[in-house]
Ligand binder design. Sequence first.
Ligand SMILES: Cc1cc2nc3c(=O)[nH]c(=O)nc-3n(C[C@H](O)[C@H](O)[C@H](O)COP(=O)(O)OP(=O)(O)OC[C@H]3O[C@@H](n4cnc5c(N)ncnc54)[C@H](O)[C@@H]3O)c2cc1C
Length: 474
Amino acid sequence: MMVTLRTSGGSPAVVDAEFGEHLANLSGTLLTPDTPGYDEARIIWNAMIDRRPGLIVQCANVNDVARAVRFAKAHDLLVGVRGGGHNIAGNAVCDGGLVIDLSPMRSVQVNQTARTARVGAGCTLADVDRTTQGYGLATPLGVNSTTGIAGLTLGGGFGWLSRRLGLTIDNLVSAEVVTAEGDIVRTSARENPDLFWAIRGGGGNFGIVTSFEYQLHPVGPEVLSGLVIHPLDAGRDVLRFCRDFLPTTPEAFVCWCVLRLAPPLPFLAPEWHGKPILALAMCWSGDLAEGERVTAPLRKFGKPLADVVAPNPYADWQTALDPLLTPGFRNYWKSHDFRELSDGLLDVLLEYAGRIPDPNSDILFAQLGGAASRVPHDATAYGHRDAQFVLNVHGRWSDPDRDQACIGWARDLFDAAAPFATGGVYVNFMTQEEGDRVRAAYGSNYARLVELKTKYDPTNLFRMNQNIRPSGQG
Ligand SMILES: Cc1cc2nc3c(=O)[nH]c(=O)nc-3n(C[C@H](O)[C@H](O)[C@H](O)COP(=O)(O)OP(=O)(O)OC[C@H]3O[C@@H](n4cnc5c(N)ncnc54)[C@H](O)[C@@H]3O)c2cc1C
């Protein structure tokens, strides 16, 4: 089968996909624009991204991935690598080039004795949580269960367990990687340790990870979790209270603050639906009775409109925010790291929350710190261990005519919040147009990342990502 594919330099190349030496004997599936299933395979979470790859290789196993990489290298193709397809920047897919799609690789194997899990790179967070919770175990992941484990891990990964147990990468024990040469290697603290350092935060720049091995910890089965909702008018007092209270709590507690228009939640009086609110989403992953004591001052503060914090199975709580984060919307994000929530920052957040451009948009800041901050900044590629709060301005809407208004709101809020920020940014929250922030995303780790990129991917085969360019390539 002859297909025209885009090379890394942008020119077209006509190649034989089906009988080419590298893609012969593929266990997975080849999709071209004419094959049934192509459109489903090219669609990703962010509907702003609408790209048409020339060829999609849906890999069934590590050998398929190695074949696809060798094929891409032989023809100097533009390559996208797809895990869960959630990344806001949309680099999982590329126009005209080859997409190496890992989504069929969804096995999760738990070793109960060692308390580890080996996870295929196509897994979603739900795949991992559901399986590990079958053993009463978990590893820190993100808060939306349809996110891909691969992209989340490679950028760092944080969620409800990260203050207590660290980032996802802090719990990575080893990984299997297909290099830019198409070789299959293992990496851990002992095997290829420099590669192991780089993939813990350095994104997809260094190779394609085909499986991850995580350390697991006893979690749940129930966690004290849920929402406390205040009117936005009370937001300043509540956020000031949060600022002082949250850092004093034990690390089993995490609270994320969301400023938005109230969705039609069944536990919220109908007259509040569509009105501006501050939602405190919280999770205590320790002893439940102690959690009631720890969370009481926060839950009793002010006059909440609703308090639905209760013991929930951890795996269920991991899916609780999914209905607000469904695919198919247009999304534009802006993000900053903060060490503290200063009065000036709260003024900015409240001002912009008061003119949110769409009922689906929100301003979120996630509490981090704790165990995630105790890892030295140069121990892994993820450099910003000082971040106590990560702001994500979620512009989210459906009508393309609203693009300018929603993007403009997110950018203006980002600019207004910048004077209070650390200058660091979480690489997994960066959009496609933020390539100039890659250095800032890695801070003082950037120079070492360039060295390792030059060693592992000197031709920049893996460039569809928040790209770290090898030396000699600008
Ligand atoms: C709704 C939503 C909620 C989120 N919540 C959180 C959260 O709570 N915590 C958090 O930390 N992050 C969160 N994120 C950010 C998330 O971590 C990133 O979007 C992440 O990149 C998603 O991974 P993916 O595999 O789904 O994405 P993809 O788009 O498939 O991949 C992202 C990029 O990673 C690279 N890549 C993917 N797989 C591989 C691989 N196996 N080997 C090499 N490179 C690869 C590629 O460069 C690709 O472009 C959230 C994102 C969304 C959309």
